[in-house]
Write a protein that binds this ligand. Structure first.
Ligand SMILES: NC(=O)c1ccc[n+]([C@@H]2O[C@H](COP(=O)([O-])OP(=O)(O)OC[C@H]3O[C@@H](n4cnc5c(N)ncnc54)[C@H](OP(=O)(O)O)[C@@H]3O)[C@@H](O)[C@H]2O)c1
Length: 288
């Protein structure tokens, strides 16, 4: 059986749906915090088990009879809590006799990254490799799906795209297609102890996003550079909680520093077709 954690989240659900189209749903265990939420969202026939990253006993029970676990990284932001949750999943999998863990990491994980999630991914990868379990690591780039958050609501009315990204470029990938690629890996062999950069080319700058937005929305959009301090001040004005402000400022600094500029053919190979590009994505969201 294949267990998918975070199965009621965006990436976990996309993976679960894609996998249910490839193997018998009764071979898939959705490990979820809230089984009621799962009942209304997951495909029919999937085994649903309750499991919380902060509750090792629930994870141990959820992983019984499971050969492979897809560990979707937590949405928790703080380093120690993130790492503890991921360790709980890896330890419980090992105790339950799981053979293989597929883990969703980040491209270029580093303890020094300005991106708040990166050090936790770095340490989790180390812990997973040291566990002796068979692993497959998906080093995910940023989702195309975060672009509306970068663009914000004020851009189209004003025609001004305020951003800290400078000349930094990012290889974006559509979250649903990462789910498909994960399902392809979970349903096939040959991925033992592999680390994959899930980061299609080309990488795009904020100027490319402004141009694509102009074309999709049919109006001029101009990129206006701002500093990290200015971004933080604007988010504060909108009563955004401080941990999320820190995440945004750090993430955009890492984007500016080209940490997510890592084009690789691997994602296209695992997906089995050309991934969705920026222009197509922007048309689907902003096109008239
Ligand atoms: N590459 C990117 O651009 C990007 C962007 C955002 C996040 N991420 C990372 O990638 C992960 C997956 O992305 P996503 O878009 O699917 O995020 P998401 O929709 O927020 O899903 C996160 C999933 O993790 C589950 N989860 C969180 N804490 C848990 C806990 N203590 N025990 C059990 N499950 C827990 C959530 O459960 P519930 O359904 O019960 O809430 C949810 O299903 C995120 O968690 C984050 O680490 C990457």
């Amino acid at each position: 059986m294949i267990a998918i954690t975070g199965a009621t989240g965006h990436l976990g659900l996309a993976t679960t749906k894609a996998l249910a189209a490839k193997i018998a749903p009764s071979e898939i265990v959705a490990v979820v915090r809230d089984p009621q939420k799962a009942a209304s969202t997951l495909p029919q026939g999937i085994v649903v088990r309750q499991g919380d990253y902060n509750d090792p006993a629930s994870l141990l029970a959820a992983f019984q009879g499971v050969e492979t676990v897809l560990l979707i990284s937590t949405s928790e932001l703080e380093y120690n809590a993130r790492l503890r949750e991921h360790k709980n999943v890896i330890d419980a999998a090992q105790q339950a006799g799981v053979r293989h863990i597929v883990y969703t990491s980040v491209v270029n994980p580093s303890p020094e990254s300005a991106f708040g999630a990166s050090p936790g991914h770095f340490s989790t990868e180390q812990y997973l490799k040291d566990s002796g379990l068979t692993y497959t690591i998906f080093r995910n780039t940023l989702y195309l799906d975060i672009i509306p958050m970068l663009v914000g609501e004020g851009t189209l009315p004003s025609g001004k795209l305020y951003s800290t990204l400078g000349d930094g470029k990012v290889s974006y990938a559509l979250r649903e297609e990462i789910g498909e690629a994960l399902a392809n890996v979970l349903a096939s062999k040959g991925h033992d102890n592999q680390t994959y950069d899930i980061a299609p080319g080309p990488a795009y700058s904020i100027q490319d996003i402004a141009a694509g937005l102009s074309e999709a929305a049919g109006q001029p959009v101009e990129y206006v550079p701002i500093t990290g301090e200015e971004l933080a001040a604007t988010l504060r004005q909108h009563q955004v909680p401080q941990p999320f402000i820190d995440l945004m400022v750090g993430m955009t600094q890492a984007m500016k520093d080209n940490e997510f500029n890592a084009p690789s053919p691997t994602f296209e190979q695992l997906l089995g077709r050309k991934p969705t590009d920026l222009k197509t994505y922007l048309k689907s969201v902003y096109g008239k």
